[in-house]
Write a protein that binds this ligand. Structure first.
Ligand SMILES: Nc1ncnc2c1ncn2[C@@H]1O[C@H](COP(=O)(O)OP(=O)(O)O)[C@@H](O)[C@H]1O
Ligand SMILES: [Mg+2]
Length: 117
């Protein structure tokens, strides 16, 4: 199978997340589709509060989506139990790279990580 047709390393489909806290519902993500193939690097960019961390937590299997799916090598994370997700994280190390940093308008070349400005 060609690289273009290969199963993505990490993918999400129609991903949605709404936080529910008592009577309060906070819809954060809706209809997020993404496919990351071997060797690709991606950046998730958005203003504060737009849902970057929420997306990274979902992609890293650290939180569960309200709907939609996250697949690692074609395997839906929701079919794994907590221990298996932990092992998958350790083996694939994709969660360690799904960390957020903030682009600093005042210091765009900053290499400080995580950036707190
Ligand atoms: N655990 C939570 N419960 C309720 N709302 C949350 C929670 N985590 C994040 N939010 C809200 O979700 C939105 C997106 O947050 P977040 O994913 O942290 O954005 P970003 O990383 O882009 O700044 C914000 O409005 C934030 O207040
Ligand atoms: Mg964040």
């Amino acid at each position: 199978m060609s690289e273009a047709g290969a199963v993505p390393v990490l993918a999400c489909n129609a991903l949605a997340k709404t936080y529910v806290s008592g009577p309060l519902t906070v819809p954060v993500l809706s209809g997020v589709d993404l496919a990351v193939r071997g060797g690709e690097r991606i950046a998730i960019v958005g203003k504060s509060g737009s849902g970057k961390s929420t997306l990274l937590h979902l992609l890293g299997g650290l939180d569960v989506p309200s709907s939609g799916s996250v697949k690692l090598h074609g395997r839906d994370l929701s079919t794994m139990d907590e221990a298996e997700r932990g092992r998958a994280r350790a083996m694939n190390r994709w969660a360690s790279s799904t960390s957020s940093t903030t682009c600093c308008p005042s210091s765009p070349r900053s290499r400080t990580w995580p950036c707190r400005c």
